[in-house]
Design a protein around this ligand. Structure first.
Ligand code: ZN
Ligand code: ZN
Length: 349
């Protein structure tokens, strides 16, 4: 007889159903986990609302996953055993294509992502396939690490990869535009890396207030003040060393370029909505010798570093989790995230 489980299944853009589906069967070289915590990510919300070009419907989405091993296949030869508590990395690169061999697993040509290409974590159970077990970053969590905190590892990996690339360092003045969970992670990580002045820019007063707890030295409410003029004032007209636009808006990208000081670095972390195009003052880039970076994603090693930062407590993951809710309340969780009421919501299937 087929067993069933509850899952949040995406049947198409705008069509998410919390329903009963068949529980996955653990193959002889596979592992089955009981999902204990799954993060609601901004990219999940985009997929739920607008779909994703790689998604095949119906699909169980969710890629920020931690759970407990409940079944191990008879011919599984790895380390995991029943009862192990696992963090499931959301990057399954092939490790064979050219980008992979050059160390850019985030750009893998055959990348598999749980929740997009294979069933993800918005379910009571998740199957760890042979490929996921072989090429994914899956780790046994230490006993004192909570399942909930693990949902921060994936977004942090991307933030870590970005700051590693632009080398946020001791003494830097860093501006972060947009105080969603990712913006807050940028603030805290920049602090950990030694930045001496961190300026948070955000138009929601509620979100801006949260940014202070993560270590921002200055808060600018961009709905009330011109953030470019404010950054100039704070830096005594010099401008910032590094400006990270973590906000999907054309205006934020333009402001980022105007906030950078001479030899400054600007990062477009995340894109703008399809069909939008940012016009930039290229003379400012030219005469101020600016460097502009685009960034998304991470490599295997970034995921490992992010995992280390979370389990060691060097980054305070608990502080980002403002709500823990049952998976069946996912629609409510989406509303709370979009309204700015919540930073990060953990769903428990
Ligand atoms: Zn995510
Ligand atoms: Zn590859």
């Amino acid at each position: 007889m087929k067993e069933i489980m509850r899952a949040a299944v995406l049947h198409g853009p705008g069509n998410l159903m919390y329903e009963e589906v068949e529980k996955p069967q653990c193959g002889d070289k596979e592992v089955l986990i009981r999902v204990k915590a799954v993060g609601l990510c901004g990219s999940d919300i985009r997929s739920i609302r607008f779909g994703h070009h790689k998604l095949m419907y119906p699909q169980i989405i969710g890629h920020e996953i931690a759970g407990e091993v409940v079944e191990v296949g008879s011919r599984f030869t790895g380390f995991f055993k029943v009862g192990d508590r696992l963090y499931i990395g959301s990057l399954i690169p092939c490790h064979e294509c050219e980008p992979c061999r050059r160390g850019w697993q985030g750009l893998c040509e055959n990348l598999v992502v749980p929740g997009t290409d294979i069933p993800g974590g918005y379910a009571e159970y998740m199957l760890l396939t042979e490929k996921l077990l072989k090429h994914g970053t899956n780790v046994i969590m230490p006993e004192d690490a909570g399942y909930e905190e693990m949902v921060l590892v994936e977004p942090l990996a991307s933030v870590y990869a970005c700051q590693r690339k632009v080398d946020v360092k001791l003494g830097d003045t860093v501006v972060v535009i947009g105080m969603g969970p990712v913006g807050c992670l940028h603030v805290e990580l920049a602090k950990l890396r030694g930045a001496s002045c961190i300026i948070a820019v955000e138009q929601s007063a509620q979100r801006l207030a949260m940014a202070e707890a993560f270590g921002a030295d200055y808060l600018i409410n961009s709905a009330e003040r011109d953030p470019v003029a404010e950054v100039r004032k704070i830096t005594k007209q010099r401008g910032a060393d590094i400006v990270i636009s973590a906000c999907p808006a054309v205006e934020a990208q333009q402001q980022a370029v105007s906030m950078a000081g001479k030899m400054g670095v600007v990062v477009f972390f995340g894109g703008v909505p399809k069909g939008k195009m940012t016009q930039l003052d290229t003379n400012t880039i030219h005469y101020n010798l600016l460097t502009i970076y685009g960034h998304y994603g991470y490599n295997d090693s970034d995921l490992q570093q992010a995992y280390y930062l979370v389990v060691s407590g060097k980054l305070n993951a608990k502080r980002y989790i403002t709500h823990t809710m049952p998976l069946k309340d996912i629609e409510k969780a989406i509303e709370m995230t979009q309204s700015g009421e919540a930073i990060k919501i953990v769903l428990v299937p």
